[in-house]
Design a protein around this ligand. Structure first.
Ligand SMILES: [Cu+2]
Length: 456
């Protein structure tokens, strides 16, 4: 006890003697993206550069100790309320600092400089709002290039404009930031990296018995020895839970629940229904002591989804913060300070896995039999609009538009989808094995593009 106090006092004095200018202390900084233009009912992915100018991203090299807010606003008034979800749906924001140093190996997004993000499971845009000041005093993401400057950031914003007219907006980002030294943490994404080409998403085919599950899992080998400080499950698409376990140490680390929106929540009442509503929360955990993980330790991720209904563009991965620490012992004691940081006050325990997502546009033309030739996906149409095919027949679509499109089952006997954010070239082939009527849409243009495929 005495020793701790003494060490504490020494540290305090050392701090006082070398205390940097007040501005070095942690501050809450507010940044705005450039103005982004969105068309109505287009599921756009916007990629914008955030300059290291103190307005769009930090000007000084330092440490990001947390993301306090990632919100969508239509003015630069710092008190502007985030745009209502019913009008502007945020699917995700992802932040990248490609040139930053200290990036760890071994995450699915390695080399891309991933520093943070928010998904649909953060309707308030405050995914890390509950990390403690004590946590932030110790750890941060190093925001510095190899030449000692603050790196430029990139922002990927996928939104859906429900205003029925074009809409401009800014992404407002509030970060806790300091130029003081912190222990450098590594954001790492633990998922099936093979799914990277489709944005880590996969399709749950459905068609199983009521109550049956679809499991998406993979094993991940820790690239370094250290401690896991934060782990946020990202899991949707009829999702039930996502677990993370250590096979090496034969212990479960987390079983992250999926918190679904209560009946009257905007996620459930928004019209038209463009896709099944995402959860309003996924299990997310922080521990300042950290979970010991050694290099070579095998972690298993298991995402469990309903398989009675189909769920396209589903996801299951973990966004984590990792800190290197060679003093960590293999299968060392689990910490006693794990707290859950993204649990909503109210949520629904009996979600509607069987929601039927409508095909909103009306397919055009008479039915024609598929003759083996490529079907066309253009701006903004499917041709032909109605098609019949036989079970076991490979059906191919060619993307020939200037704008990205997808071929996605809204409802039908089984779920499938091409790359969910759309493509402008190449082909997509599916061989249906189950008879029935597949109501297809483009996920990017769900209100204006539709095609019906009847499999006999
Ligand atoms: Cu489209």
């Amino acid at each position: 006890m005495k020793r701790t106090l003494l060490v504490g006092l020494v540290a305090l004095f050392a701090c006082a003697l070398t205390a940097p200018a007040a501005s070095a202390k942690e501050r809450l900084l507010t940044f705005y993206s450039p103005k982004i233009h969105s068309l109505p009912y287009v599921h756009d992915t916007h990629n914008v550069t955030l300059e290291a100018d103190g307005k769009q991203a930090p000007k000084e090299p330092g440490y990001i100790t947390g993301f306090a807010e990632q919100a969508l606003v239509d003015s630069k008034d710092p008190d502007a309320k985030p745009l209502p979800i019913a009008k502007m749906m945020v699917h995700h924001f992802l932040y990248w600092a490609r040139d930053r140093v200290d990036e760890a190996p071994g995450g699915c997004w390695r080399g891309a400089g991933f520093i943070g993000g928010r998904g649909e499971e953060h309707p308030l845009g405050r995914p890390q709002a509950k990390t403690s000041p004590a946590f932030r005093k110790r750890y941060g993401i190093r925001n510095e290039t190899s030449t000692g400057d603050a790196p430029q950031w990139r922002l990927t914003a996928m939104v859906m404009n429900h205003y029925k007219r074009p809409k401009d907006f800014y992404v407002r980002t509030k970060v806790w930031y300091t130029t003081e030294k912190r222990t450098s943490v590594q954001p790492m994404v633990i998922g099936d990296c093979a799914q990277l080409a489709n944005g880590m998403s996969y399709d749950v085919p459905g068609g199983g018995k009521k109550g049956s599950n679809f499991v998406n899992k993979n094993d991940w080998v820790a690239p370094m020895t250290g401690r896991l400080l934060m782990a946020s499950s990202h899991n949707h698409g009829g999702a039930k839970y996502q677990a993370l376990s250590s096979l090496t140490c034969k212990r479960r680390l987390f079983k992250a629940p999926v918190y679904n929106a209560p009946e009257k929540h905007v996620y459930r009442t928004i019209r038209p229904i463009l896709h099944e509503p995402g959860p309003i929360g996924n299990g997310a955990y922080a521990t300042a002591k950290g979970i010991p993980v050694v290099k070579g330790e095998v972690l298993r991720r298991v995402a469990v989804h309903d398989n009675h209904n189909l769920h396209v563009a589903s996801m299951g991965f973990w966004a984590t913060w990792f800190v290197k620490d060679d003093s960590v012992k293999k299968c060392g004691k689990l910490p006693n300070d794990i707290t859950e940081i993204n649990k909503p006050k109210r949520y629904d325990k009996t979600p509607d896995y069987d929601l039927v997502v409508p095909q909103l546009a009306k397919p055009q033309g008479a039915f024609s039999a598929f003759d083996g030739g490529e079907l066309t996906v253009g701006d903004d149409f499917f041709r032909p609009g109605r098609i019949t095919a036989k079970v076991g027949q490979a059906v191919t679509w060619r993307f020939s538009g200037q704008k990205p499109h997808s071929v996605t089952v809204a409802n039908g006997p089984r779920g499938f989808s091409s790359v969910y954010w759309g493509q402008t070239g190449g082909t997509y082939t599916v061989t249906p094995k189950v008879k029935g009527t597949y109501k297809l849409v483009c996920l990017v243009h769900p209100t204006s593009m539709a095609e019906t495929l009847v499999v006999k």
